[in-house]
Structure formats: structure tokens, C-alpha cells
Design a protein around this ligand. Structure first.
Ligand SMILES: [Zn+2]
Ligand SMILES: [Zn+2]
Length: 140
């Protein structure tokens, strides 16, 4: 629980945001919607209250999409570079921060995984894979 300001931004840097104060939950979501939105195996999502979010710059570049068949799920993204951005749930009761867009360490860590039953068939244990510090060097 901190009152620290946490900042994030998109890939092109035209959009930046901040949120102040404690997060409600930090979780990895493995649902198919989050996979489609992020293009990743799962979405590292931080949930905050809408009033905690502030756009620092480029709010005019933020696109929104409310998934018609969903009760809560929506998306927000930079119209210039396509990066995921914090999105307001369709109930308007929470904002979901895609943690990959944070600029630094938010000081909190994920608590759990959700929608594990929908996990991608190809998702494998990250810790079990060979690790390179950067691009692997070919040919030795
Ligand atoms: Zn951008
Ligand atoms: Zn999800």
C-alpha cells in the first residue's frame, strides 16, 4: 500500500499516464480476450479505481473499444503505435493497467493467475526455458 505515483507510456511515447496510490489487485490473466488484445501468452493486469488514473499527455491519441458481447472487457490503445493502454471496464467501475506499459517498477507483484482453464495450449513454463541476456548469438 503506497501513495506513490506510478507512470506508464506507449511504445511511441506520445501517450503517457500516471496512477496514484494502492492497487486493488495485480494478476496474470490467461483469457483469450487478453491474449488477443496483447498478443501475448497472458496479460499482466493491475486493477485500480478510475479516479486514480491520470493521462499525462496524448489522451487525444487514445482509442477505445468496448467488446460488444462482454460485460466488462474493453480495450484502449495508442492510435499511433498500437500499444495497449489503461482501459476502463464497461461497468466504469475499474481501470485495468497493462503492466507491460509501466515505465518502472510499481513496487507490487502479481498475486495470482486467472482464467487458467483458457490458457494457451502453447504456453510453457517460462522458467524452464533456456535464457539469453539478449539476442542469442548465432554460429558461436
Ligand atoms: Zn504510441
Ligand atoms: Zn483476461
Amino acid at each position: 500500500m503506497s501513495e506513490e505515483t506510478t507512470t506508464g507510456s506507449c511504445l511511441c511515447g506520445k501517450v503517457a499516464y500516471a496512477f496514484i496510490g494502492p492497487v486493488q489487485v495485480f494478476q496474470y490473466c490467461h483469457c483469450s480476450r487478453c491474449r488477443k488484445f496483447t498478443g501475448a501468452a497472458f496479460a499482466p493486469n493491475i486493477i485500480i479505481e478510475p479516479q486514480q488514473l491520470e493521462w499525462l499527455r496524448g489522451e487525444k491519441h487514445v482509442g477505445h473499444y468496448d467488446l460488444p458481447e462482454a460485460k466488462h472487457f474493453a480495450t484502449a490503445f495508442c492510435r499511433l503505435c498500437g500499444s495497449s493502454l489503461p482501459w476502463l471496464t464497461q461497468s466504469r467501475k475499474a481501470v485495468v493497467i497493462p503492466a507491460g506499459t509501466l515505465d518502472g517498477d510499481p513496487g507490487v507483484r502479481p498475486q495470482h493467475n486467472i482464467f487458467c482453464a483458457d490458457r494457451a495450449a502453447w504456453f510453457d513454463d517460462v522458467e524452464g526455458l533456456i535464457k539469453y541476456e539478449a539476442l542469442p548469438v548465432k554460429g558461436g
